[in-house]
Write a new protein. Structure first.
Length: 303
């Protein structure tokens, strides 16, 4: 009985080099965009953070002076605190609501129409969403406050009160982004084999027990990804704040990105604004690494 051994022929050198050139040609536009709009601005920002630059005269090297100023700047620390307040409210509410929506879609329905409805607010720009909710929640003419008054409560200055402004902006952005976040989590739920739920039912596990012991552990990698994306996005909040409160009242909504914009384009202190941006980049890098390792994002419990 003759046994034949299958061999895989390696591509000819000329053909391999041709395929490499074709691949490089396809990725060249994306690579040029990456270098032009991400790598170069980042390197330029790091350089400017070590200079005194006002756009009207050549940059003057000052070393770490901008970072020393940052450490002693009370407005920076106040803006950081405001930003952290926003991040905690936004991420906390958005993650819980998105997880609930995703689980309900996964367990109760497979309607693509419903998924489209859930995603619809994400298609609205942040500026438009901010303006619409500014009208809805206006203290004097907003339909939201009309309903509150009709229910027998006093009108609330959602964007004009220091204690309400940041939670309101955070919830506006939750409304816009929760559908997208829910669909990311929903995609992770679809990767969980149905057999594990069937085994849970056979063992008499309740829906809550299966959610706690099966869904959450197996969903950990996608939840880690979602948290990393949403935390980075939340620290970069700008447009919603700019069109609704512009940092008011009394700097109660003066988030870091708004402070950076004010320093750079209103006061022309590009060097110091760049230093704050670089510091924020380092903070986000550290948070991302911490989240990735804490939640073991690179490993799954699926066998």
């Amino acid at each position: 009985m003759a046994v034949t051994k299958a061999t895989t022929a390696s591509p000819a050198p000329g053909r391999a080099s041709g395929e490499t050139r074709t691949a490089l040609l396809f990725i060249a536009p994306a690579m040029l965009g990456y270098l032009a709009f991400l790598v170069w601005p980042t390197l330029r920002g790091v350089y400017l953070s070590l200079t005194s630059f006002d756009l009207l005269s050549p940059a003057k090297w000052v070393g770490l002076d901008n970072y020393r100023r940052l450490v002693n700047d009370p407005v920076f620390w106040d803006s950081l605190g405001v930003t952290l307040h926003y991040v905690v409210v936004n991420i906390g509410v958005q993650t819980v609501v998105a997880l609930l929506i995703a689980v309900l879609m996964h367990r109760l329905t497979s309607s693509t129409v419903l998924r489209g409805v859930v995603l619809a607010p994400y298609l609205v720009s942040n500026v438009v969403a901010g303006i619409v909710w500014l009208w809805i929640l206006d203290t004097q003419l907003g339909v939201g406050n009309e309903i509150i008054e009709w229910l027998g409560f006093e009108r609330i200055a959602f964007f004009g009160d220091a204690s309400w402004a940041i939670p309101t902006i955070a919830l506006v952005n939750v409304w816009r982004h929760v559908g997208y976040t829910a669909l990311l989590i929903f995609a992770g739920l679809q990767s969980i084999p149905p057999t594990v739920y069937e085994a849970g039912r056979v063992d008499g596990a309740s829906e809550w027990r299966m959610f706690r012991s099966i869904t959450l552990p197996l969903l950990r990698p996608i939840l880690s990804l979602v948290l990393i994306i949403t935390v980075i996005g939340s620290f970069q909040v700008f447009d919603t704040v700019s069109v609704t409160t512009d940092g008011k009242p009394a700097n109660a909504t003066n988030v870091l990105q708004l402070y950076v914009y004010d320093l750079a384009f209103d006061r022309l202190q590009f060097g110091y604004a760049s230093a704050i941006s670089v510091a924020l980049m380092l903070v986000l890098t550290a948070i991302t690494v911490f989240q990735y390792r804490l939640m073991r994002a690179g490993r799954t419990d699926l066998g």
